[in-house]
Design a protein around this ligand. Sequence first.
Ligand code: MTE
Ligand code: MO
Length: 500
Amino acid sequence: MTSRASIVSGVLAAAAAIAAGEGLAALFSLRESPLLAVGQTVIELTPGPIAEGIIGVVGQADKPLAIASVVVAILLLGSLVGRWWLPHRLRAFLLVTALVVLTSAAVLSRPYGGVAGVFVSVAAGVVVLGVLELLLRERRHVQADIARRSFIRTAAVIAVATVFVGAAGEVMASRRRRRQAVEQVRASLKLPSRSAAVPAGADLGVTGQSPWLSTNRDFYRIDTALQPPLIDPEGWTLRIHGMVDRELTLTYQDLLDRGLEDAWITICCVSNPVGGDLIGNTVWGGVPIKDILAEVGIQDGADALLSTSDDGWNCGTPLEALTDGRNALLALTMNGEPLPIPHGFPVRQVVPGLYGYVSATKWVVDWEITRFADFEAYWTQRGWGERGPIKTESRIDVPGNGETVDAGMTTVAGVAWAQQVGVEGVEIRIDGGQWQKATLGKAPNVDTWVQWTTQWDAEPGEHLIEARATNADGVPQTEEVADVLPDGATGYPRIGVKVT
Ligand SMILES: Nc1nc2c(c(=O)[nH]1)N[C@H]1C(S)=C(S)[C@@H](COP(=O)(O)O)O[C@H]1N2
Ligand SMILES: [Mo]
């Protein structure tokens, strides 16, 4: 029994090590797990004539065969380690160490190999030792049946964990490969190149101020997707149906054929608190939504576009906002590049003046023209407002809240937005005093934020700075404090500073 248990333990330990290696490799996003690196090395070290002979017999299955051989070899070596564990602990330990060293060497010989791969190999070796210790430490128990029962229980737990970790690793790795494939397609797309030059005078260049143009990398990201959908534009379609005269299904190429228009638009999340950074500004390239809606013909009585993402998320957008002439886009590009995958690749919506949760569907695949009375969308079901026009707001970026500044002339700067109307002015006040006007940067249209800056003669002490924007209709942002729920936060942005 003891020797059988030792062999079983060794095989199980080896299997657990393989699973741990696959799981950790996926977790660390390694291009290749140690197992694959070893398999690949075996293929490369196999003498040519032998390799050809094998390929002659098994054909395309040569690579899976190499991996399978490596797995079988590891399990066999594991059984040996298991057998040695009790009588020759040092020998068992040296064999495991030798295998870890060989695996690490294989990992490092590969083009993508690195420290992380070596770490995973070592961790796999540790798993072997740990599992053997767990399983075989009770072998010396005086009562054989107790030892046996506890052995079986532990072995079962380890077997289940092995299968689970191994499977999770495989799932993650296969998703990673898909992501790489879609990233490659995205990188190879040749979309009409878009100039992303910041309009003159828009960026005031104040140190510490968030740039007028948000880079794709820094653009805020909000969605319910644990992992973004991975969609090949080749297979992407948008089905348009519901209260339309003619149903239509559009492909990616159909959109490219229609020609892309550019629009600078600042989009904003309804969950952005006053002073928050869930807002970004960039140039989007896409097909005007109004043109597509005109093509399908909207029937009387319809007032909503219910758009659905590949991952099932949906939102309802007032048709009025999509047909009143504003720059609502079915967007393919973001700052001149194909949309980044987390921002909706291959196609998303961007609607100026509406919060993202009612308008900015990423990975969009379905449009139903319908009535607000006939549906509830993802966020409206959860208590958020049905309509989500963006509220006029401002934000103070410089100085930072709680910062200590030197007495004397101090720069105060920030951003303000009032999409669809435009910002006419921004003022600040210190400790509830007189409002004083700030200087505004230029804006290419009414849909982007503006930067503002002003000088303040700071006197020693603690001070409260507030700001307020006034839109181009002369309406100032409200002082009334509202929470983000149900349809967007309001109130003056406020920061405290200490002047010394
Ligand atoms: N498919 C999908 N699209 C979505 C969402 C989502 O959860 N799923 N969130 C929306 C919300 S709430 C916002 S604010 C914007 C954010 O877009 P961004 O991540 O590109 O900044 O996307 C919108 N589009
Ligand atoms: Mo949002």
